[in-house]
Design a protein around this ligand. Sequence first.
Ligand code: NDP
Length: 630
Amino acid sequence: MPSRKFADGEVVRGRWPGSSLYFEVEVLSHDSKSQLYTVKYKDGTELELKESDIKPLTSFKQRKSGSTSSSPSRRRGSRGSRGSRGSRSRSRSRSPGRPRKSSSQSSRRSASASHNVDIKEMRKEVLEVKLTPLVLKPFGNSITRYNGEPEHRERNAIPHKNTQEQFPLSQESSYISTQYSLRPRREEIKLKEIDSEEENIVLKGTTLSRTLEVTATQTKDLEFGGVPGVFLIMLGLPAFLFLLLLLCRQREPSLLNFPPPLPALYDLWETRVFGVYLLWFFVQALFYLLPIGKVVEGTPLTDGRRLKYRLNGFYAFLLTSAAVGACLFWGVELYYVYRHFLQLALAALVFSVGLSVYLYVRALRVPRAELAPASSGNAIYDFYIGRELNPRIGTFDLKYFCELRPGLIGWVVINLVMLLAEMKLQNRATPSLAMVLVNSFQLLYVVDALWNEEAVLTTMDIIHDGFGFMLAFGDLVWVPFIYSFQAFYLVHHPNEVSWLAASLIVAVKLCGYVIFRCANAQKNAFRKNPTDPRLAHLKTIHTSTGKSLLVSGWWGLVRHPNYLGDLIMALAWSLPCGFNHILPYFYVIYFTALLVHREARDERQCRRKYGAAWAEYCRRVPYRIVPGVY
Ligand code: NDP
């Protein structure tokens, strides 16, 4: 059995992963199996290091004050104290970004010059640290593992060529990679705080501020066609939504009857309906606040914090079902929702615009660290994409709440209303088979989303996009009023479906659902525990962030098997409406466009995050959504 060199409790120097820097650490334990030492830095960081990355204290020559650092943050300071600034004596002078106060111009110039050198060194060091292969235990504590493995080691497969040269990680990529590396980000935040203090003293607007850009959370890559694009989307989408609803109400919707008769504005607005909408929203908010359901932590934020989220969406759904059941039992006229469908859509639109304004205004005051990575600093763009990442009122998380509650559960209730409206308007004793299919397919989709609510915490909506018009309108207006489109269509355009056709449609739906659920479950299980024995047969590529990518199983079929399943399901939702009109297929067309665009966004982010490993993944799995086609 191999012996260990360092004892528990021994104070030694440990290499900071990815750099050549050594800091004072205490040995906490040693794993004889992996031959790794768990060590603790003076600032509390715990890492697992190989023996070769640990040196006895005696092997280092002691320097004078300021040069014998004991934590990465201090080490930065010690670098700053080298060179022309070696004579500084106060401990605060450890910060590399801090210039000396000098009375003379010459010493000011030399301070600035040495400062620039230090900034360069510091930037290099920060980037080095950011590129280290750290593994954050998923959904667990902050112990990280550095195992000295090369950039993208692979499991269950022959080694492959490192494509790092063809795909160098940009500064941006290294920034994103630190989302999974708590410690370095904390260091950066500290560094930023110290630096901004110092900026006010002497060097406002110089090298220092440029350094801060390296770690800035806002993006310059505007998506959705940039400012003009989002401006048009914000004006166009609501108008398009009403156009679709009006078209759907027409007996013979066609280009010949275009445009559909437009209702008078006062027919679209009714304050009471707005009150009903508010009631719905706040009842859902009440359900969200109920102390039932488990509390989990989200992915680490840039400052290392992990927000807590209560998973009670499924309970909210059950409570809503009970409330709707009670309404039906006591004869409450749910047909009201159908009669005021357009007014309700307008009420939801007005509410979502009001919410977006509130979100934008409050986001103007939040610290930089709380801005969404997708935000840009441009007012119009940020109003759309969302400026603040996780707007909360106390513990009430506005974005997380809106993602899965009022809109998604509202969609199911609207579908039920359409089923009742169909029976009423078409004088049916029972709903049509087509309506039953649409209702049950979409019910399954919503229940699945609520049952697997935790998965939303790792989506780009939560970790990348802010909460602005895009998600407020999408979650509160588009989902309930457009996703229920097939049911709305069937109220006005009945379609009889044979049992044979129904069986085929069910088969399509199940096929889509199996792909969708299995692919999502496989990725979620892997993200939760990459060493899950049930996934041991899958091939993976190790990445520089410490996370791995699945390269076989569902994720070896195409790069977004879950999107493929979702699209097949979308088709199954439209098929019960028959082939008389393209309108019920609007959802499939729109959803294809949405997922193709979303895939491109995700692809860009993954390329930044994973660099060479992502390039290798794309090489191994060339198709994005549909095998052999796209
Ligand atoms: P995904 O669930 O596909 O997640 C993409 C992320 O998964 C990547 O950013 C990456 O994140 C990780 N990943 C990618 N490839 C791999 C791999 N090979 N191995 C391991 N991890 C990988 O994206 P979405 O959040 O867009 O979608 C979630 C679900 O929601 C999907 O099923 C989608 O169809 C559905 N959806 C539905 C919508 C609707 O309106 N009905 C709208 C949008 C989505 P990381 O590495 O950081 O973990």
